[in-house]
Design a protein around this ligand. Structure first.
Ligand code: CP
Ligand code: NVA
Length: 303
């Protein structure tokens, strides 16, 4: 049987996503009730980090432990990965010694080459192009708070980065809409996102217009990891793409604010919004833990 990877959001079908969201709810409540659930006893996840992380590392490491397994942390600084061993060779070896691999790296091509040579499932823990585990958690959080996301509107304010691209893929799969507002020069690159078409998103020049009628308002840092040399230009270009209270007022009354974190208060979002009543960012972060446990169980055991 072919190994199942999660390299992009659309590697899963809508019915597989539904299975994972249902399982997440069950796993979360079992965990909260202090009931042991060890479907991955004796199994190991290798986590490879080429970029920094707090949430992703912690949620995968704690999550594997909670499922009865363990997680092994590797980074490019102190493994052979940073000394020029081909990705293909590393994949052959690493995937013979563990049951799943999570990778946070730069280009999507790296994770694809790894997956093509891996005997076990590979999970994208963030690349320049996508951040699928984040959007799993975000959509699960919306479902918990408001029910089905089908037909709803997400306003994305800011850079058309990895998190934005993943929202766009998710919108096609789960049939909701994304209003995207980016500064000129930072627009969505449809060919890079791997979309079927453009009927699930709309681009807006003015971030205020994008927010009108939204059920979720979300944003992310102006400068993502790997783009640090553009930081100065981005601070100038993104100055008007800040989610603030006036913007939130244009969204639907019961709209929620999301951010993958880490956030920069006073840049992409005001403190008033991220620390305000409509913000769900802490639950969103916590749900990384639960949704990834369901994902691991699904990729390893098919249920
Ligand atoms: N949201 C997210 O992936 O956070 P980390 O960079 O801390 O893992
Ligand atoms: N877009 C951000 C997300 C961090 C979790 C980055 O890639 O740095």
């Amino acid at each position: 049987m072919a190994v199942k990877h999660f390299l992009e959001f659309n590697n899963l079908t809508s019915s597989e996503l539904e299975t994972i969201f249902k399982k997440t709810k069950w796993i979360k409540s079992k965990y909260k009730a202090y009931e042991k659930y060890w479907p991955l006893e004796d199994r190991s996840l290798v986590m490879i980090f080429e970029k920094a992380s707090t949430r992703t590392r912690l949620s995968f490491e704690a999550g594997m432990h909670q499922l009865g397994g363990n997680a092994i942390y590797l980074n490019t600084r102190d493994s052979q990965l940073g000394r020029g061993e081909p990705v293909e060779d590393a994949a052959q070896v690493i995937s013979r010694m563990c049951d799943a691999v999570m990778i946070r790296t730069f280009e999507q091509d790296i994770i694809e080459r790894f997956a093509n040579n891996s005997r076990v499932p590979v999970i994208n823990g963030l690349t320049n192009e996508y951040h699928p585990c984040q959007i799993l958690a975000d959509i699960f959080t919306f479902i918990e708070k408001r029910g089905s996301i089908k037909g709803k509107t997400v306003a994305w304010i800011g850079d058309s980065n990895n998190v934005c691209n993943t929202w766009l893929q998710a919108a096609e799969l789960l049939d909701f809409n994304v209003h995207v507002s980016t500064p000129i020069g930072y627009e969505v690159k449809v060919e890079r996102v791997g979309l079927l078409g453009n009927d699930h998103f709309e681009e807006f020049k003015d971030p205020m217009d994008a927010t009108k009628g939204a059920d979720i308002v979300t944003t992310d840092v102006w400068t993502s990891m790997g783009f640090e040399e553009e930081k100065k230009d981005r601070i100038r270009d993104f100055a008007d793409w800040q989610v603030n209270k006036d913007m939130m007022k244009l969204a639907n009354k019961d709209a929620i604010f999301m951010h993958c974190l880490p956030a920069h208060r006073g840049e992409e979002v005001t403190a008033e919004v991220i620390d305000g009543d409509q913000s769900v960012v802490w639950e969103e972060a916590e749900n990384r833990l639960h949704v990834q446990k369901a994902l691991l169980e699904y990729l390893l055991l098919g249920k």
